[in-house]
Structures are given as C-alpha cells and as structure tokens.
Design a protein around this ligand. Sequence first.
Ligand SMILES: [Cu+2]
Length: 141
Amino acid sequence: MKKVILSVAIIAAIGLTSCKKETKKVEEATTTEVSKEITMTNLSFGVRGNCGMCKSTIEKAANSVEGVIAASWNKDKKKIDVSFNGDKTGAVAIHKAIAASGYDTEKVAANNMAYNNLPECCQYDHEMNMDQSDKIKSKDH
Ligand SMILES: [Cu+2]
C-alpha cells in the first residue's frame, strides 16, 4: 500500500514539474516578442505643409507604411516624428510614402500629380523651410 501511495506521489510530482516547464516555455515566447518590439526606431525629419489637413494627409501616408507604429507632424516646425519597427521598414520607405502623398520631405521631393490634387489651401510653397524647430526654439527665448 505504501508503494502505491509513493508511486502516486512520484507521478504527481512528475506531472507538476512538466506543467511548470510548459508554463516557462510560454513565458519565454512572450518575452521574445516584447524584446522584438524594443527594436523600435524613432526618426524625425522635415516635411513641408500648411495646415491641419496637411497634417492628416502626411500622417496617414506615414502610417500606411507597414511597420510604422506612430507618426506625428508638427505644423509649426514643419517636421514629423515617426516611430517604426526597424525590422519591417526604413527611413527611405517612409520618405517615399510621404512624397507620394504630395508632400516634400528632406530627402524626397513630392509627387507632382499628388501635389496638384491637394486642396488649394494645402498647396504649400516648395521653397518653404523644413524642420524649423531651431527657429521656433529661438523665438521662444
Ligand atoms: Cu493643408
């Protein structure tokens, strides 16, 4: 009888440890995914534009690139802040997507057809300075 109890205990113990191992495996998988998210890249560059409508077009274009997590264009600074997964996309793809929507970036000139299709108020001056964050800073002083 004692032997039976002992073997039951052993089986239970084995069962418990194997269960624990499985749980650990799941935890490891989750940790890997989280560390992948940490490869997020933040990028800021100049983009020309005028108004709130420009802002939504520019941000929509940036967000349409697979791997882009967040995009925020600043109307006064003429500058966009983009967060993206560096494994999935890169700066060039984001510049190109914004240019295709009709907006000049520091590196890629706007698509002319897209620019001409923008509402009149959004047809910004191609000579406009981009990334005016320094100027705005000095204005604040
Ligand atoms: Cu606009």
